[in-house]
Design a protein around this ligand. Structure first.
Ligand SMILES: C[S@@+](CC[C@H](N)C(=O)[O-])C[C@H]1O[C@@H](n2cnc3c(N)ncnc32)[C@H](O)[C@@H]1O
Length: 378
């Protein structure tokens, strides 16, 4: 049987990266780019979208497009913008001129999947309001697929993109004005259009933290195993603990505030009604997962974790920490926090989760053979 050749990226690979972020995160994202990719130059930006000119001119970035940017929900290689014209709609009410523009930009490149999403959607709210923000996202995706030779009704279009897939990206700025780009799927968030987590908050969840933790576990493929023991600093009202209980773990919630009865009454749940710093260190013995989700300064969250991890009072398999940003200017401290995790013997990965507000999530797994392994961020 003949094996189809792997899809090829467009021969014009594009000289800009286009990053999609939550509205309001544009400036800290630009600052982060300047810190970690100084040869890149900031390009045009709008709410929720930031572009960078790739530099130096002869540099061709790897296909994972810099996960170290952390504050970007997704990063694609931009091929440019297309705009419909007065010739009116083509198939399915979608501008024929814009579709022709897409085909011109991709220059015959073949794709496994099409992602389309609206620029303006605040991805954290995507499930609460109209996730398409009134834009014809589904119609555009179907019309682009048809033009690119993919059956819009096929299984390939219905299923999420898989690792290794080459994705054609369409970011809708207006019904007939789209950015066009591409990326290759290499981690769970890059299989979601716009990097927006497709999971939803279950009806019985006691807080949105359930969904945030669900996204973190999926994003970083966290290997929770039933029977393990987790301790969470900042547990009330209990959505994250609820998610851990559902995964079969025994859970301790550390918080002076009340935990929802649905969680508090669970036979595998226990609450220590105190502040994180008041927990005697001996109590951390046997802890497999340490979580923190406290509404305090990120430096204080780091101090609470360091109090346990620095002296080795516990050597959990992993740490899942929410670092809340009083302002996004604190994002300048991210690398210092990640270095602290490495100094404790952990390999940190970080991301501004699509379901989260002004905070970043760090998942740090215990490194093999001691301290100080290099960074890997999603
Ligand atoms: C965002 S809420 C946590 C949400 C929770 N993780 C959930 O799943 O529903 C922040 C919590 O941190 C707690 N908190 C603040 N400072 C703390 C500290 N020093 N030690 C323990 N908990 C603290 C607050 O009482 C509050 O309940």
């Amino acid at each position: 049987m003949a094996v189809a050749p792997p899809p090829s990226p467009p021969s014009v690979r594009g000289s800009f990266l286009l990053c999609v972020c939550q509205g309001g995160v544009e400036q800290p994202l630009i600052a982060r780019q300047q810190a970690i990719l100084p040869a890149f130059a900031p390009g045009a930006w709008r709410r929720g979208v930031v572009t960078f000119r790739i530099g130096p001119a002869d540099f061709d970035p790897p296909d994972d497009f810099f996960p170290d940017l952390i504050l970007a929900h997704t990063v694609i290689r931009s091929l440019g913008q297309v705009v419909g014209d007065a010739r009116g709609p083509g198939s399915g009410g979608v501008s024929a001129a814009a579709i022709e523009g897409v085909l011109r930009l991709v220059e015959g490149g073949r794709f496994d999947a099409i992602h389309a999403w609206p620029r303006t959607a605040r991805v954290a709210d995507a499930k609460a309001a109209d996730p398409d923000d009134g834009l014809p996202v589904a119609a555009v995706r179907a019309a682009v697929a048809m033009a690119a030779g993919i059956d819009p009704g096929s299984e390939r279009m219905a299923a999420p993109a898989r690792r290794g897939d080459l994705v054609l990206d369409i970011v809708l700025d207006a019904p007939e004005r789209w950015w066009v780009g591409w990326h290759r799927v290499n981690a769970p968030p890059t299989s979601w259009p716009g990097g927006a987590y497709p999971g939803t908050l279950p009806a019985g969840a006691v807080s949105r933290a359930w969904l945030k933790l669900d996204e973190a576990l999926t994003t970083f493929a966290v290997p929770l195993t039933p029977g393990e023991r987790a301790i969470e600093f900042g547990a009330s009202p209990g959505g994250a603990c609820q998610r851990l209980l559902e995964a079969g773990l025994s859970v301790v919630g550390v918080d002076a505030a009340v935990v929802h009865e649905q969680v508090a009454g669970h036979p595998r749940f226990e609450q220590w009604r105190m502040r994180a710093r008041e927990v005697p260190l001996a109590r951390f013995r046997g802890c497999d997962w340490l979580l923190a989700d406290m509404n305090i300064d990120p430096a204080d969250t780091m101090a609470a974790l360091g109090r346990v991890l620095e002296p080795g009072a516990a050597r959990p398999k992993g740490v899942i920490a929410t670092l809340k940003m009083p302002t996004w200017s604190r994002a300048a401290e991210i690398d210092g926090w990640l270095a602290a995790f490495r100094s404790w013997g952990y390999v940190p990965q970080a991301r501004h989760l699509s379901t989260a507000g002004r905070e970043i999530c760090v998942v740090a797994l215990r490194g093999r053979g001691g301290r100080g392994r290099g960074p890997r961020t999603v």
